[in-house]
Design a protein around this ligand. Structure first.
Ligand code: ADP
Ligand code: ZN
Length: 528
């Protein structure tokens, strides 16, 4: 197909079927590339308009576009919405009855489907594979592609099977899409899905209309109420809590205080969940109090705030959840209250989780990165973007650290102590250790491991007794966050970075946040 023809056909479909005047961002480029038969890997934030990137090519190219999505619960709604726009769409998954499945299958075989939604486990079922072999496929779209990454935050084993799509259907173009990917996850997606030769489209992850704020938690529900009353009266929003119990309690608390709020978590009956979700989408100014079970694929443009009453487990999760605010581009708030008790609880969850050691280490890294974001004295937005490998401005002017710079203290000396410990272990002993051992050395603790490696003979042994263990933990996390220290390998060993030298040579001052360092371990048991 010649380029001009592709352009006009895609634009016609955009206007006629979807009713939009023009493409957004890089949609046009992506769509043209896929219509032309190219493979694509698309990184675009939530609300960026990923769906059209495969829906339009599926409508323009001959055959059926097969969409792999883990969001089984949403397939019905997605398909209904497409049908309402006149698109011939169907889905095959474990929730549907035989009759419905047969109808979809015969429509597919007769070439009467534009889009077929499929759960990833479907590709492990021989009968489904045979079905696909018998029809004509225009493209494969792999939605939520970060699920293929074992180092990402939302790994799904079924996604690993998707690597065979390319082998089985080498001539069918593939487009993989995700809204969260660090550069490591990005690489892993490309490798696992065989998309190294594909064109990669990486949109900016900045959501300039979202104001990021992270505050220490003291009376979380009161703090939340204050936020809602002073800044978001009558607004629609989502409040995320870690546990079902805390979802229930928080919803009750808000209702008792005159806020229209509903609970949502996996422990509620399906009809109740569906009803609450429908009300959230339809009513104005409703607050949904939910676990992270809520929100995937929810497209409500005027969510004015997303509040977290507990610390998210990863920056990816935080970004995805806060990204549900302000899809309409109007000013919105992402507010998070976190305390040391959260950290203790999440660490416990990780330690007691079923996964193997490698998996627990990944989770622990994710938590560290999340904490680093909480504890930064720098612009939250630029740090968030840096996490996803993107450059932002030095200060955005629309996050709490930019708007009211946090109280900080000169942590240059502790930073030097820590960096020298890492340096000495490396230079004098040719050893690498994790943060725990470095901190034990600084505190001068006579542990078994200290004795075993004779670390008490190091000149830095015991020079850091002025700070507590948890304060040292804060120093480590903040140095990691500022790129003055790095972790390496599966064991999370500490290594110096190119920038570390500037601290050791006193060319550079290291400012650390005060508010995150006050909590001594005992305080973790107190009220949060
Ligand atoms: P994502 O999957 O990236 O989160 P969606 O595909 O759900 O985003 O799109 C987000 C919203 O933007 C949807 O309401 C969609 O209809 C709308 N949208 C997408 N592309 C355009 C466009 N070119 N013009 C106007 N609205 C668009
Ligand atoms: Zn900022």
């Amino acid at each position: 197909m010649v380029q001009a023809a592709i352009n006009s056909e895609a634009l016609t479909v955009l206007r006629r079927v979807f009713g939009y005047e023009d493409f957004r961002g890089s949609q046009r480029e992506i769509i043209e590339h896929v219509i032309g038969g190219g493979d694509a890997l698309v990184l675009m934030p939530t609300g960026g308009g990923k769906s059209l990137c495969y829906q339009i090519p599926a409508l323009v190219r001959p055959g059926t576009g097969v969409v792999i999505s883990p969001l089984i619960a949403l397939m019905q709604d997605q398909v209904d919405a497409l049908r309402a726009a006149g698109v011939r769409a169907g889905f095959v998954n474990s929730t549907q009855d035989m009759q419905a499945r047969r109808e979809v299958e015969s429509a597919f075989l007769a070439g009467e489907l534009d889009l077929l939604y499929l759960a990833p486990e479907g590709l492990g079922v021989p009968s489904t594979l045979r079905l696909l072999d018998r029809g004509k496929i225009s493209l494969f779209a792999i939605d939520e592609a970060h699920c293929v990454s074992q180092w990402g935050h939302d790994f799904r084993p079924d996604y690993l099977a998707l690597s065979m799509v390319h082998e089985r259907w080498p001539d069918v173009p593939r487009i993989a899409l995700t809204a969260t990917a660090t550069s490591a996850t990005h690489r892993e997606i490309a490798n696992r899905l065989n998309l190294n030769q594909a064109r990669h489209f990486v949109a900016s992850f900045d959501r300039p209309n979202i104001q990021y704020r992270i505050v220490p938690k003291n009376e979380p529900r009161r703090q939340l109420l204050q936020l809602l009353r002073t800044e978001h009266a009558g607004d629609a929003g989502i409040v995320y809590c870690l546990s079902r119990n805390s979802v229930e309690k928080t919803a009750e608390f808000l209702v008792a205080n005159g806020i229209v709020a509903l609970p949502y978590h996996a422990g509620l009956d399906a009809p109740v969940r569906a009803r609450n979700q429908a009300r959230f989408l339809r009513d104005e100014g409703l607050v949904m109090v939910a676990t992270i079970a809520f929100g995937m694929g929810i497209d409500k443009p005027d969510v004015r705030f997303v509040a977290h009453l507990d610390l998210p487990k990863s920056v990816e999760g935080y970004y995805q959840e806060t990204g549900r605010a302000g899809r309409d581009g109007l000013p919105s708030t992402a507010w998070l209250a976190y305390g040391l008790a959260d950290v203790v609880q999440l660490r416990k969850l990780i330690d007691s989780s079923e996964g193997d050691l490698a998996h627990r280490r990944v989770q622990s890294k994710h938590l560290d990165a999340m904490l680093a974001l909480c504890e930064t004295v720098q612009c939250r937005r630029s740090q968030l973007l840096a996490y996803f490998g993107q450059q932002g401005q030095e200060s955005c002017g629309n996050c709490d650290t930019c708007l009211s710079p946090p109280e900080s203290w000169d942590g240059t000396i502790p930073a030097q102590m820590l960096l020298s410990t890492v340096l000495r272990l490396d230079k004098e002993r040719n050893q690498k250790f994790g943060a725990g051992q470095a901190i034990d050395i600084l505190l001068g603790l006579q542990t078994e491991k200290v004795a075993q490696y004779k670390h008490d003979a190091l000149s830095v042994f015991g020079i850091g007794k002025d700070l507590s263990k948890s304060e040292w933990g804060g120093v480590v996390r903040q140095l990691l966050a500022q790129g003055l220290l790095a972790v390496e390998g599966d064991y999370g060993t500490l290594v110096l970075t190119a920038e570390s030298r500037t601290v050791l040579s006193r060319e550079r001052q290291v400012m650390l946040r005060r508010d995150v360092l006050v909590a001594k371990p005992a305080a973790a048991k107190g009220k949060q």
